[in-house]
Design a protein around this ligand. Sequence first.
Ligand SMILES: [Zn+2]
Length: 137
Amino acid sequence: MKIKTERKFSAAHKLPNYDGKCSRLHGHTWKVEVTIEGEPDVETGMLMDFIEIKNIIDGLDHQYLNDFIENPTVENIARYILNQLARCQPRSDFKIRVWETEDSFAEVDNRDKTASLGEIKENIGEIIGENYGRVTG
Ligand SMILES: [Zn+2]
């Protein structure tokens, strides 16, 4: 079964490694699409409470993203949100699509090996344990 929800947040960021105007402080309203696939919990009947997803995304609203995410490109924002969701619900599969403008998005899912690069891998590894490392190599 799948569930899907969408939510927007507005925040500021700058891209320190980018040679161009995005290296300067500026803002966007990002749209986040979250798709979760798995089996609903037997007791609650839910895959994940929509309120939990909302709270994770709202946590980024009106923030300076560089405080949370190193080099907060749209790709790294998608990975960050994936990591936060996986922490809440390690047994489900997630697909995160983050729209930075009306015509440009980044998409990542937790079966995508690129989602596990760098510090995100360490974070998810800590949360899910050794099995995660074995699955992703
Ligand atoms: Zn930007």
